[in-house]
Design a protein around this ligand. Structure first.
Ligand SMILES: [Zn+2]
Length: 395
């Protein structure tokens, strides 16, 4: 199992300057590599690889005018050529052409092969950079593989990538659960639990609006403009942190308590596509849909799903994704499917067997039963899915 532990770094003023210099060197190198590749392709119709560029990097370090490259750790520099390689590979797979690294977007560098880490007295030693104060809010386990140093807003973080992290023992109940994601509630479980959706963006909406209005009135790039811009960015970063923290707590709760987890496989990309439609097809209910989009993105369902998946794996359990088609219209008691079963947004009442239930809970139960079909079919073929024979506790 591979895990990434993120810690806040507390560099001194001098160290911050040094980190910024490293970041600047990396960004510069990235753009030079990109430029070289473009040039070589245009003149000789040849593609370079990161190995070619690593070799040239070695030569460049000795060249006059490029001595500053020697200040940065060689692993960090070689990681830059690797990043260029990656963006080309993505391009060949159909993504856009690699872009120039810009100051606001190029915000991290990587030590790609870290053998052992020295930590002493709330300080961590980074190769060639020295000792840094950091907040070690938790211990990491496993073998340290890489370290990323990241600048987010005005803060610095380190991400420690660990391999062979030992799995944790599962102490929860041997129960299965279905999860229905939503907007009113972040998620509804098939046992009737609703997980709240705190809607952080909505909470800070007034403050955000106020700041952006202020920003619009100020002269572009003036001192006051920069100040407001900084405050606005700070607010956005705060919202993102709150949201992530909430999702971590809730996904941990689910992974800690349930053995088998079935989630709906929402196509978020399709759902959050521009509500306005394109030039030919104008969208319907644009205002409502863009509101829904905002709330869907605000709750961070995509991240939530990923977190649940890796956390359940961490406890040696498994989660499945099921097709959510008709899960809101089907009766979880008798299986009768009709649009008319859904009386209102929150009430479900079957017109065939008069079974009544909260609409979200009903959907979660349907997702659970689709999930249990998946489990039993994989077990029937005799494939090991890394689970004990699932004993389903419905409801
Ligand atoms: Zn029914």
């Amino acid at each position: 199992m591979k895990l990434i532990y993120k810690y806040r770094l507390k560099p001194s003023k001098l160290q911050q300057i040094e980190l910024l210099q490293w970041l600047g060197s990396c960004r510069f190198l990235y753009n030079v590599c990109l430029e070289q590749r473009i040039h070589v392709w245009q003149s000789f119709r040849k593609s370079l690889t990161n190995i070619d560029q690593n070799y040239e990097l070695k030569e460049a370090k000795k060249t006059e005018g490029f001595e500053w490259l020697q200040k940065v750790h060689s692993q960090v520099l070689q990681d830059v050529t690797k990043r260029v390689q990656h963006s080309y590979q993505n391009f060949f797979r159909g993504s856009g052409y690699p872009k120039w690294a810009k100051k606001h977007s190029y915000n991290s560098f990587t030590f790609s092969q870290v053998g052992s880490l020295k930590i002493h007295n709330k300080r961590i030693k980074l190769p060639k950079l020295g000792w840094f104060r950091f907040i070690q809010h938790r211990n990491f386990e496993g073998k340290v593989k890489q370290i990323h140093v990241i600048k987010e807003g005005n803060h610095w973080y380190i991400c420690i990538v660990c391999e062979n992290v030992p799995k944790k023992q599962f102490m929860g109940k041997n129960q299965a659960i279905g999860i229905d994601f939503g907007v009113t509630y972040l998620a509804t479980l098939s046992d009737g639990t609703h997980l709240k959706n705190p809607k952080f963006f909505a909470k800070y909406q007034d403050a955000l609006r106020l700041k952006s209005r202020k920003l619009a009135r100020q002269t572009l790039k003036s001192n006051s403009w920069i100040k407001t811009k900084r405050q606005l960015n700070k607010l956005h970063a705060k919202i993102a942190r709150c949201r992530k923290d909430h999702l971590h707590k809730k996904s941990h709760f689910i992974a800690l308590n349930f053995r088998h987890i079935a989630m709906e496989d929402l196509k978020l990309k399709n759902m959050t596509k521009s509500a306005k439609g394109d030039a030919e097809n104008h969208g319907k209910n644009v205002a409502q849909k863009s509101g829904l989009n905002r709330s869907l993105l605000d709750s961070g369902i995509g991240n939530f799903r990923t977190m649940i998946a890796y956390k359940t794996e961490f406890y040696g359990n498994q989660s499945v994704r099921v097709n959510p088609a008709y899960s809101s219209q089907k009766c979880s008691c008798c299986g009768f499917t009709s649009k008319e079963n859904r009386k209102t947004q929150s009430v479900f009442q079957c017109i065939s067997c008069t079974f009544a239930e909260n609409a979200d809970v009903n959907a979660a139960k349907n997702i659970l039963s689709s999930g249990s079909e998946l489990w039993s079919s994989t077990c029937a073929i005799g494939q090991s899915v890394g689970l004990d024979a699932p004993k389903l506790a419905l409801g």
